[in-house]
Write a protein that binds this ligand. Structure first.
Ligand SMILES: [Zn+2]
Length: 297
């Protein structure tokens, strides 16, 4: 699932590519993606509107429209957005492009919505599993929709003090804590594994049981890993692609995620192990990230 770095990359791309564009028409072969209003309502709301801004909150893309409403897109499991001048045959869910074009990557061939923009550009939603959510919300509804999310980890005002306070509140495993969007917004399975390896904390340690220096290391790793992943335009070990249909590069330097059996990146002699935590495949080094460190409190 696209996480903070992937959605941030898409947001930054869209800011360069679709600002001031007017929506001419919209088509879909999968109206169930439209969660309110329905597709017919969506069409009425969006056609003729200009795109005046693009923001991100947690894993949601917020495309600001000229009537002060917001087109909210949650990419869910396998969604991503493409911007192109190429022809799209929505009937076949795919681009008719040169095989050398990044758009010809099979992961970009699940087009289920196309917003045609004035001037010929298209904003296309590719989603293999078709779990994405597309909504149009007024300011009041938007506020309501977003109110349960925790702080944005890359914002300057997300500081160590705030993080330490959050950790005190919930007695839960640290990986589950990191992935809970009401604690911190935007971290999912990939970056939780990466952050926990970077700070050398076992994913099943209790969030309330971490030592001061472990909390500090964890806080630093959250900022460091997410920043690095944004810089490298996200992770594409699965189906995520950017708005040109290209892969992100964080996957090439990732530490442990989906590296089961490979040597520990810190050369400790251990090998990356996979366990299941809260129903999710979890990757860590059993030598560097031990489950029961000596008690400190
Ligand atoms: Zn190790």
């Amino acid at each position: 699932m696209p996480e903070l770095p992937e959605v941030e990359t898409i947001k930054n791309d869209l800011l360069k590519k679709i600002i001031d564009a007017e929506v001419k028409s919209v088509e879909t072969d999968w109206p169930k993606l439209f969660k309110g209003p329905d597709f017919e309502g969506h069409k009425k709301e969006i056609v003729g509107k200009k795109i005046i801004g693009v923001e991100r909150r947690a894993k949601n893309l917020l495309i600001k429209l000229s009537d002060n409403k917001t087109l909210l897109i949650h990419l869910k499991m396998t969604g991503h957005l493409l911007v192109t001048d190429e022809n799209i045959e929505i009937k076949y869910n795919r681009f008719i492009v040169d095989p050398k074009s990044p758009l010809s990557d099979p992961n970009n061939q699940f087009i289920h919505v196309v917003w045609h923009l004035l001037g010929g550009k298209k904003l296309a939603f590719s989603d293999l599993r078709k779990f994405g959510n597309i909504l149009i919300l007024d300011d009041h509804k938007l506020k309501e929709y977003l109110e349960d999310y925790g702080p944005e980890p890359l914002e300057d005002d997300f500081n160590y003090k705030k993080f330490a306070c959050l950790l005190e509140k919930k007695k839960t495993g640290i990986k589950k804590f990191l992935m809970d969007q009401t604690n911190i917004a935007g971290i999912g399975n990939i970056y939780a594994d990466e952050i926990l390896f970077d700070s050398k904390i076992h994913p099943e340690r209790d969030a309330t049981d971490l030592k001061e220096e472990e909390k500090k290391a964890l806080f630093a790793s959250i900022k460091k890993i997410l920043k690095k992943a944004v810089e490298l335009r996200g992770t594409s070990v699965s189906d995520y692609r950017d708005t040109e249909g290209k892969k992100g590069a964080y996957g090439d330097i990732r530490l442990v995620y989906r590296k089961t059996g490979e040597p520990c990146p810190d050369n400790c002699g251990g090998r990356v192990k996979r366990i299941v935590v809260g129903g999710r495949g979890t990757h860590f080094c059993p030598v560097c990230q031990i489950k029961q460190p000596e008690r400190s409190k």
